[in-house]
Design a protein around this ligand. Structure first.
Ligand code: AHR
Length: 507
């Protein structure tokens, strides 16, 4: 058995956890919108065509904010197509995903869905094929109460209350050569800054997210961030990071260590933002919006055949429908640990995506909806991680990985809610074959008791939930957690993710 040691203390917070850390993403891609959140005619559909079984799962997942409408899709999107009478909305070619966009769902419908789901909307404007004017127009349409051409149009379309969208993405992945209207850093910086200034002229209270890099390993990483931030420091509040992880060629050890890469990504971008801050002698600190992250078997997608003839492009095809394993869920749990460890800088994040497309929730048209393995660590972390994240010192053995060299076998983060006194500890044992006995120094806390401890693990790391066996994988009670004096002891199964909740003992 491996051993590990953790020290936490409520007097040493990293930062208050912004609830937007538990965001997700709905793109007009595959079956995320159509046959995902929206399926009129489904037995569980409400009067607006939204699936109530999916809405229930979204609420259970604990998602707080949802990025919309893309993704690669947004770089060719005309938002006006998706508002007004449905019967006159155009069918368009979606060049990003070789699909037909019917525009049955647009901004007003999505906002109405978000209210039912109890989530905020983060809206991405098209800076690929369009620009400043379109961005200001959609902002006016969405947020101005009434009395102007576009706000009156929204009211006439039935959305009387303004949508009140506070957070806006200035385009999507504009650094990527796959992106429609891809720009160099200098070109993008100019366009994004002009757009941001115009949007802030309409509403100085907006939070604007500049596109950062689409991955920490793409050639422009670093110079892109510095160019964009030097130009836009005063007008943006956030810079984005996007990262997807997958197991390559059966290299499970590297895959389980994916959070090492996310730590590196976040810390590098924070350092670059702070370098620009120092150059400018600025008081302002740029935040990170990790607005696309997940496990995604991108290699599989790249190898799939594309339908080249646009006359044959389908509506809502089955795209990017990865079926997640236990190992994938352990990695997702660990990526959440990485986000929480950096709660002082990452104040917004979106699990990409929400339904059917690389998603924690799956649906069948006319049939059931179910939870993928990755649903569980997300839902439990969103529920338990309250208050501030704490400095979490970890000591354990290391393992050699092909991708990242030697990596710690244990990763962990604690959170503490001063108001309720509740503490949560999230841990990952990356050892593929051995359990780990962990001791946690909890002497800095008032006397506490273990109120719950659950782990995600399985003898079969490839086990999945699917339509036939929707409940094959789930959380399991971990009965090993106990407090002895000032020490919490817990055993972590091999290749597992665990959450421990501590409640104060009231006199
Ligand atoms: O989430 C799937 C795709 O990944 C998004 O459309 C794009 O932004 C990213 O490359």
């Amino acid at each position: 058995m491996q051993t590990g040691h953790v020290v936490i203390d409520p007097r040493f917070p990293v930062g208050v956890i912004d609830r937007r850390l538990f965001g997700s993403f709905v793109e007009h891609l595959g079956r995320c919108v159509y046959d995902g959140i929206y399926e009129p005619g489904h037995p569980a559909a409400d009067e607006d065509g939204f699936r109530t079984d999916v809405l229930d799962l979204v609420r259970e997942l604990g998602v707080t904010m949802v990025r919309y409408p893309g993704g690669n899709f947004v770089s060719g999107y005309r938002w006006e197509d998706g508002v007004g009478p449905r019967e006159s909305r155009p069918r368009r070619l979606d060049l990003a995903w070789h699909s037909i966009e019917t525009n049955e769902v647009g901004l007003d419908e999505f906002v109405s869905w978000s209210r039912k789901a109890g989530v905020d909307v983060m809206y991405a404007v098209n800076l690929g094929t369009r620009g400043l004017e379109e961005a200001v127009d959609v902002l006016e349409y969405a947020n101005v109460r009434a009395g102007t051409a576009l706000s009156d149009r929204r009211v006439a379309n039935g959305a009387v209350e303004p949508h009140g969208i506070r957070m806006w993405c200035l385009g999507n992945e504009m650094d990527g050569d796959w992106q429609l209207g891809h720009w160099t850093a200098e070109e993008y910086a100019k366009k994004a800054v002009q757009t941001a200034r115009a949007m802030l002229q309409l509403d100085p209270g907006l939070e604007l997210v500049a596109c950062g890099s689409s991955g920490a390993h793409i050639p422009t990483f670093g110079t892109w961030e510095q160019t964009v931030l030097r130009a836009g420091y005063d007008v943006v509040s956030h810079i984005s990071c996007h990262a997807y992880y997958q197991e390559h060629d059966g290299d499970l050890a590297s895959f389980l260590a994916s959070a090492v890469d996310m730590d590196f990504f976040i810390e590098s971008v924070a350092a670059m933002a702070d370098a620009v801050k120092a150059e400018r002698h600025s008081e302002k600190t740029i935040q990170i919006s990790f607005d696309e992250w997940n496990v995604w078997y991108l290699d599989r997608y790249r190898n799939e055949e594309r339908i080249t003839d646009p006359e044959l492009w389908p509506r809502a095809p089955r795209l990017l429908e990865d079926v997640y394993t236990v190992a994938d869920a352990v990695v997702v749990g660990n990526l959440l640990i990485s986000l929480l460890k950096h709660a002082d800088r990452v104040t917004s994040a979106s699990l990409a995506q929400l339904v059917n497309v690389i998603a924690p929730i799956m649906t069948e048209p006319g049939g059931p909806a179910w939870r993928q393995t990755t649903f569980f660590p997300f839902a439990l972390t969103a529920r338990l991680a309250r208050g501030a994240s704490l400095t979490t010192s970890v000591s354990a053995g290391t393992t050699e990985t092909a991708q990242y060299g030697p990596v710690p076998l244990l990763d962990a983060v604690a959170t503490h809610d001063e108001e309720t006194g509740e503490t949560a500890l999230f841990l990952v044992n990356r050892h593929l074959g051995e359990a780990m006995a962990v001791t946690v120094d909890v002497s800095g806390f008032a006397p506490s008791t273990v109120s719950a401890c659950e782990s995600l693990h399985d003898a079969d790391l490839r086990a999945v939930n699917d339509r036939e066996n929707p409940d094959r994988v789930g959380l399991r009670a971990n009965g090993t957690a106990r407090i002895e004096g000032a020490v919490l002891r817990v055993e972590l199964p091999a290749a597992s993710w665990t959450a421990v909740s501590l409640s104060p003992v009231r006199a």
